[in-house]
Design a protein around this ligand. Structure first.
Ligand code: TNX
Length: 502
């Protein structure tokens, strides 16, 4: 009898633990205000998704989510309904901004409200995380209970980014789209593509066809080569835009440019000026790991025609407001002059210039955005800043000390989840955070997944959630609950040992 009682108690404890979990799904990033209620909304066999004017696309997204349940759902134009009710309310912009939203779940209605479509999209992502993780990949036949809750959520920063170095090793449209899907679930909103470097050139430039023809055939040793056609770039951009993600194209200049020099040798000061001593005869492709050895010949005025042509075409195919001009790791007397000229070309094209932190050595326009990576450039504090400080955000660095095929120049032990999560900006000019994966040593999709995930989920929370709502051990707990969701999404994530993965 005693044993029976013990079992009964254990059983009930188990049950109540399960209930708590069901009552409080793990939402990442942590919302600004969240008030869980004790009861549920039970998804009926038939339900309505109603929406007001402007919320059509959001209604379609929500319906797509419901398709992986056994519920039959119908969309209907209209202000209110029992079921799922989407409200686009432009007059709430003061309260909710571009990306904020409200999500209210009662026993009969799930109400999603935002001033902009981006906010509704994010309300749906939060709701998505309340469904069982199977929803990511298969149709759920059983009953689905959503916890009653009231959420009001706005992001801390407008820039919540991820960067793929597609230049050293090429990752094409399939991987990039997959990455966009994953970013969207965690409300990351900027995808920076590092499109050129010494080892490869990855974007078609019609007026300079040899860039992609020659530079697209090269890569770091062991990596993949290839390039994006302009049509592919635009398709990726549309795919991203539908998920509230802006593509940030980077053409790295005036250094990190050997692939272009190989295609157009006249951009060199003289034919041999940019030849890696380990390379035999010019013009050869470069497959090594060295940085800071190639540059456009800044003494030749013609290079600015090249810069204007390339940036002009990139601007033409880019919907976002930004062009990234690189600007890292180069020593040249005329460097600051180059930065000022390139910045004015970009502004002439109607875009905002971004550059790695070194660019702030030049007197640039006040609209300039710099991306802090090693923290060595003091002048960086005078511009708007994207924080990519390597000790927290360089995911080419190891997940754990000694991990193979990783860099360690910034931090010997690598960059762990806590390094990411505990990042705090001290600068009022910080507009957000971004984590790059450089790919000199990342050669396959599996490896790239491993470097991005789960660390990018910590980036998402650092970028979205306020200091007051953040808590590392609570984050680790919620992250564990996302293990199966990541599995269903086929993410080859690193199983961080500090997390209890479910
Ligand atoms: C520095 S960070 C670079 C990249 C390398 C990376 C390797 C920056 C702006 N430049 O070119 O790939 O280190 O960790």
């Amino acid at each position: 009898f005693r044993l029976g009682l013990v079992f009964l108690v254990l059983f009930q404890l188990g049950l109540s633990a399960q209930q708590t979990q069901a009552e409080k799904p793990a939402i990442i990033p942590q919302p600004a205000e969240i008030d869980w209620k004790d009861d549920f909304f039970i998804l009926p066999e038939r339900t309505v998704v109603c929406f007001n004017s402007g919320a059509e696309l959001s209604a379609a997204w929500l319906q797509r989510l419901l398709q992986n349940t056994s519920t039959q759902s119908y969309t209907m134009r209209g202000e209110e309904c029992n079921g799922f009710s989407l409200h686009l309310e432009p007059n709430l912009e003061d309260e909710l901004g571009e990306e904020g939203y409200k999500l209210d779940i009662t026993s009969s209605v799930v109400t999603l409200t935002a001033a902009k479509e981006a906010g509704l999209f994010y309300a749906i992502q939060t709701l998505r995380q309340m469904f069982p993780s199977e929803i990511e990949n298969e149709k759920i036949s059983g009953e689905i209970k959503l916890p009653q809750v009231s959420i009001k959520d706005v992001p801390r920063y407008k820039w919540r980014g991820s960067m793929i170095d597609v230049a050293r090793s090429f990752f094409g449209p399939d991987y990039i789209k997959k990455h966009i899907d994953r970013m969207a679930l965690y409300k990351l909103n900027k995808l920076h593509l590092h499109l050129s470097d010494d080892q490869g050139w990855r974007i078609e430039i019609k007026a300079k066809p040899k860039l992609a023809e020659k530079g697209g055939k090269s890569s770091v040793r062991g990596g993949r080569s290839g390039y994006l056609t302009q049509a592919e770039y635009k398709e990726i951009q549309d795919y991203a835009a539908a998920r509230n993600i802006v593509i940030i194209p980077e053409i790295d200049m005036p250094g990190h440019i050997y692939a272009a020099l190989m295609a157009y040798p006249e951009l060199n000061c003289d034919e041999n000026s940019n030849i890696d001593p380990k390379l035999a005869t010019p013009p050869e492709m470069y497959h090594g790991h060295r940085v800071g050895w190639s540059n456009l010949c800044l003494d030749k005025p013609e290079i600015y025609d090249f810069v204007a042509t390339v940036l002009g075409e990139v601007a033409d195919i880019t919907d976002g407001d930004y062009l990234h001009i690189g600007g890292d790791e180069i020593e040249d007397e005329r460097y600051t002059e180059f930065v000022v000229k390139a910045d004015s070309i970009v502004r002439g094209l109607g875009k905002t210039t971004i550059g790695w932190e070194e660019v702030t050595q030049a007197k640039v326009d006040s609209s300039f955005i710099s991306q802090r990576w090693n923290g060595k450039t003091k002048s960086v504090v005078n511009t708007a800043i994207i924080e990519s400080i390597c000790s927290s955000f360089y995911f080419d660095h190891a997940n754990e000390t000694g991990q193979k095929m990783t860099n360690n120049w910034c931090q010997e032990r690598g960059v762990n989840l806590k390094d990411v999560y505990t990042f705090k900006s001290k600068n009022p000019r910080t507009i957000g955070v971004e984590a790059p994966v450089w790919t000199e040593k990342v050669l396959s999709d599996t490896e790239l997944d491993n470097r991005f995930w789960p660390r990018s989920i910590a980036v998402a929370e650092v970028g979205w959630s306020t200091e007051e709502t953040k808590d590392y051990s609570n984050f680790i707990e919620r992250l564990g609950e996302h293990g199966s969701r990541l599995e269903f999404m086929n993410v080859d994530y690193y199983k961080s040992p500090e997390v209890n993965w479910n």
